[in-house]
Design a protein around this ligand. Structure first.
Ligand SMILES: [Zn+2]
Ligand SMILES: [Zn+2]
Length: 228
C-alpha cells in the first residue's frame, strides 16, 4: 500500500475490482471450518491471539479455527510473475521482490481442499501485489471471495513507529479480510470499524479490531439467513 496507495484512484480501483471480479460470491457457507496457513516467516506467538480475536468478532461463524501448517517458502513459491520494486517505505530505497496474490491463493486452496476447510487465511512475511490489478503494490491483505480465501502480508505492518503493535495490525487486517469473505466486497464508512478501508499504516492504527453496529447487524442477518 504505502505511498502508492495515497492516490484517490487506488481507492476507486480497489473497490471496482472487487465488484467486477468477485460477483460469484455466495453467503450460504456458514458456519464452517477456517484454516490458517503460515507461508514463510511468521512468528507462531500470534496464532492463539489471532484465533481468539477472530472467534470474538465472528462468534459462531466457525465451528473451529485450525492451524493448517507452516509452509517453507523455498518449497511452495515460484518466481513466476514476481515484480521487483523500490520499497518506498525504506529510506535506503532498496528494491524488493513482490509476489502476486494468486500465487498464495493457489497454495491456500490446495491446503483447504486437503483438509476439507471452507475458508482459508494465509499469512506471509513477503511483500505482495494484487493479481487482479498489478498497480496495487505492497498490499496489507486481499480477499478472494470466489475461492473463499485471503492473504495477509506482514511486510509493511512491521517496523513502523509504535502507535500500535505489529500483532494488533495483523489481527485487524485478518479480521478485515475475513470480514470481506463473510460480508462481501464493500467497505464500511464508520471511522472506527475494522471494515473501513485502510490506505496506509496510520489508517490501520486508527481503526479498531471490531465491527461497528451496522456491520454487526449485517453479520446477524447472515446468521439468521443461514439458521444458526
Ligand atoms: Zn478491504
Ligand atoms: Zn462497519
Amino acid at each position: 500500500m504505502s505511498k502508492y496507495r495515497k492516490e484517490q484512484n487506488f481507492l476507486v480501483k480497489h473497490a471496482l475490482n472487487l465488484h467486477l471480479n468477485q460477483k460469484t460470491y455466495v453467503k450460504n457457507l456458514y458456519p464452517c471450518y477456517l484454516g490458517i496457513l503460515f507461508i514463510g516467516k511468521i512468528s507462531p506467538s500470534i496464532l492463539e491471539k489471532l484465533k481468539f480475536q477472530i472467534k470474538l468478532v465472528f462468534d459462531s461463524f466457525f465451528f473451529d479455527i485450525t492451524f493448517i501448517r507452516e509452509k517453507n517458502l523455498d518449497t511452495c513459491l515460484n518466481n513466476l510473475y514476481t515484480k521487483e520494486e523500490f520499497n518506498l517505505l525504506d529510506r535506503t530505497l532498496t528494491k524488493v521482490i513482490l509476489y502476486p496474490t494468486n500465487n498464495f491463493y493457489s497454495i491456500i486452496k490446495i491446503q483447504m481442499s486437503e483438509k476439507n476447510l471452507a475458508i482459508g487465511l494465509g499469512l506471509t512475511n513477503l511483500p505482495i501485489y494484487s493479481s487482479s490489478d498489478e498497480k496495487l503494490l505492497f498490499l496489507f491483505g486481499e480477499a478472494n471471495l470466489k475461492h473463499n480465501c485471503a492473504i495477509i502480508s506482514t511486510h509493511n505492518l512491521l517496523n513502523f513507529y509504535k502507535s500500535e503493535t505489529a500483532e494488533n495490525r495483523i489481527i485487524k487486517e485478518a479480521i478485515h479480510e475475513i470480514g470481506h469473505l463473510i460480508l462481501g466486497p464493500e467497505h464500511c464508512f464508520n471511522d472506527n470499524c475494522v471494515m473501513r478501508f485502510s490506505a496506509n499504516i496510520e489508517e490501520i492504527d486508527s481503526k479498531s479490531n471490531h465491527l461497528c453496529e451496522k456491520c454487526k447487524s449485517e453479520l446477524e442477518n447472515i446468521r439468521t439467513t443461514n439458521n444458526f
